[in-house]
Design a protein around this ligand. Sequence first.
Ligand SMILES: [Cu+2]
Length: 131
Amino acid sequence: MRRLRRPLLSAVALVSVLLTAGACGDDDSADEASDVSLVEGVEVEVSAIDNTFRPEEIEIAAGTEVRWSNDGRNVHNVLPVEGEAWGVEVDDFEPGDEYRHRFTEPGTYPYYCSLHGTTTAGMIGTVVVTG
Ligand SMILES: [Cu+2]
Protein backbone atom coordinates (compact mmCIF):
# COMPACT_ATOMS: atom_id res chain seq x y z
CA MET A 1 0.00 0.00 0.00
CA ARG A 2 2.61 2.52 -0.99
CA ARG A 3 0.31 4.74 -2.91
CA LEU A 4 -2.14 6.38 -0.61
CA ARG A 5 -4.43 9.04 -1.90
CA ARG A 6 -2.36 12.14 -2.33
CA PRO A 7 -3.55 15.65 -1.66
CA LEU A 8 -3.80 17.94 -4.67
CA LEU A 9 -1.02 20.10 -3.31
CA SER A 10 1.37 17.22 -3.68
CA ALA A 11 0.40 16.73 -7.32
CA VAL A 12 0.90 20.42 -7.99
CA ALA A 13 4.31 20.26 -6.38
CA LEU A 14 5.23 17.29 -8.51
CA VAL A 15 4.26 19.11 -11.67
CA SER A 16 6.20 22.17 -10.59
CA VAL A 17 9.27 20.09 -10.00
CA LEU A 18 8.93 18.51 -13.42
CA LEU A 19 8.52 21.84 -15.13
CA THR A 20 11.43 23.34 -13.26
CA ALA A 21 13.62 20.39 -14.07
CA GLY A 22 12.94 20.99 -17.74
CA ALA A 23 14.13 17.66 -18.99
CA CYS A 24 11.92 14.76 -18.08
CA GLY A 25 12.89 11.49 -19.65
CA ASP A 26 9.40 10.12 -19.63
CA ASP A 27 7.65 13.08 -21.17
CA ASP A 28 8.45 13.30 -24.83
CA SER A 29 5.70 15.74 -25.67
CA ALA A 30 7.59 18.91 -24.78
CA ASP A 31 8.76 19.52 -28.32
CA GLU A 32 5.32 19.62 -29.80
CA ALA A 33 3.82 21.64 -26.98
CA SER A 34 5.00 25.05 -28.10
CA ASP A 35 1.72 26.18 -29.66
CA VAL A 36 -0.52 24.72 -26.98
CA SER A 37 -1.30 26.42 -23.73
CA LEU A 38 -0.22 23.94 -21.12
CA VAL A 39 -2.55 23.14 -18.29
CA GLU A 40 -0.37 23.85 -15.31
CA GLY A 41 -0.87 22.49 -11.85
CA VAL A 42 -3.21 19.78 -12.99
CA GLU A 43 -2.33 16.15 -13.23
CA VAL A 44 -4.87 13.48 -14.00
CA GLU A 45 -4.09 10.12 -12.53
CA VAL A 46 -4.81 6.66 -13.86
CA SER A 47 -4.14 3.79 -11.53
CA ALA A 48 -2.97 0.48 -12.96
CA ILE A 49 -4.06 -2.31 -10.69
CA ASP A 50 -4.19 -6.06 -11.28
CA ASN A 51 -5.45 -6.08 -13.94
CA THR A 52 -7.36 -2.96 -14.84
CA PHE A 53 -6.71 0.69 -15.56
CA ARG A 54 -8.79 2.83 -13.25
CA PRO A 55 -10.52 4.86 -14.41
CA GLU A 56 -10.66 3.13 -17.74
CA GLU A 57 -11.50 6.33 -19.59
CA ILE A 58 -10.48 9.86 -18.77
CA GLU A 59 -11.26 13.13 -20.50
CA ILE A 60 -8.76 15.95 -20.26
CA ALA A 61 -8.10 19.33 -21.82
CA ALA A 62 -5.23 19.51 -24.30
CA GLY A 63 -2.02 20.33 -22.47
CA THR A 64 -2.84 18.26 -19.41
CA GLU A 65 -0.41 15.77 -18.01
CA VAL A 66 -1.57 12.27 -17.21
CA ARG A 67 0.17 10.16 -14.62
CA TRP A 68 -0.14 6.40 -14.66
CA SER A 69 0.88 4.73 -11.45
CA ASN A 70 1.30 1.00 -11.04
CA ASP A 71 -0.61 0.35 -7.85
CA GLY A 72 -0.81 -3.39 -8.39
CA ARG A 73 1.48 -6.21 -7.45
CA ASN A 74 2.28 -7.17 -11.03
CA VAL A 75 4.29 -5.48 -13.72
CA HIS A 76 2.24 -3.80 -16.42
CA ASN A 77 2.87 -1.66 -19.45
CA VAL A 78 1.03 1.16 -21.13
CA LEU A 79 1.06 0.87 -24.91
CA PRO A 80 -0.79 3.14 -27.31
CA VAL A 81 -2.95 1.22 -29.77
CA GLU A 82 -1.56 3.43 -32.53
CA GLY A 83 2.05 4.51 -32.85
CA GLU A 84 4.84 4.62 -30.32
CA ALA A 85 4.86 8.30 -29.44
CA TRP A 86 4.15 7.62 -25.78
CA GLY A 87 3.74 4.77 -23.35
CA VAL A 88 5.90 2.83 -20.95
CA GLU A 89 7.34 -0.68 -20.99
CA VAL A 90 7.30 -3.16 -18.15
CA ASP A 91 10.87 -2.48 -17.08
CA ASP A 92 9.95 1.08 -16.21
CA PHE A 93 6.51 0.34 -14.83
CA GLU A 94 6.94 -2.10 -12.01
CA PRO A 95 4.80 -1.91 -8.88
CA GLY A 96 5.24 1.55 -7.36
CA ASP A 97 6.47 3.11 -10.61
CA GLU A 98 4.88 6.05 -12.35
CA TYR A 99 4.78 7.22 -15.93
CA ARG A 100 3.73 10.65 -17.13
CA HIS A 101 2.75 12.00 -20.50
CA ARG A 102 1.37 15.37 -21.44
CA PHE A 103 -1.22 15.24 -24.21
CA THR A 104 -1.17 18.34 -26.40
CA GLU A 105 -3.22 17.27 -29.40
CA PRO A 106 -6.99 16.84 -29.14
CA GLY A 107 -8.09 13.35 -30.04
CA THR A 108 -8.89 9.92 -28.67
CA TYR A 109 -5.97 7.85 -27.50
CA PRO A 110 -6.77 4.20 -26.74
CA TYR A 111 -4.09 2.19 -24.98
CA TYR A 112 -3.66 -1.22 -23.38
CA CYS A 113 -1.43 -3.44 -21.30
CA SER A 114 -0.09 -6.17 -23.55
CA LEU A 115 0.45 -8.53 -20.61
CA HIS A 116 -3.18 -8.50 -19.51
CA GLY A 117 -5.10 -7.35 -22.52
CA THR A 118 -5.28 -6.82 -26.23
CA THR A 119 -5.82 -3.61 -28.15
CA THR A 120 -9.56 -4.05 -27.73
CA ALA A 121 -10.22 -6.07 -24.57
CA GLY A 122 -8.94 -6.83 -21.12
CA MET A 123 -6.63 -4.28 -19.52
CA ILE A 124 -7.42 -1.32 -21.73
CA GLY A 125 -7.95 2.39 -21.33
CA THR A 126 -8.70 5.54 -23.25
CA VAL A 127 -7.56 9.12 -22.94
CA VAL A 128 -9.91 11.60 -24.59
CA VAL A 129 -8.22 14.95 -25.17
CA THR A 130 -10.50 17.88 -25.81
CA GLY A 131 -9.39 21.12 -27.48
CU1 LIG B 1 -1.15 -5.36 -17.07
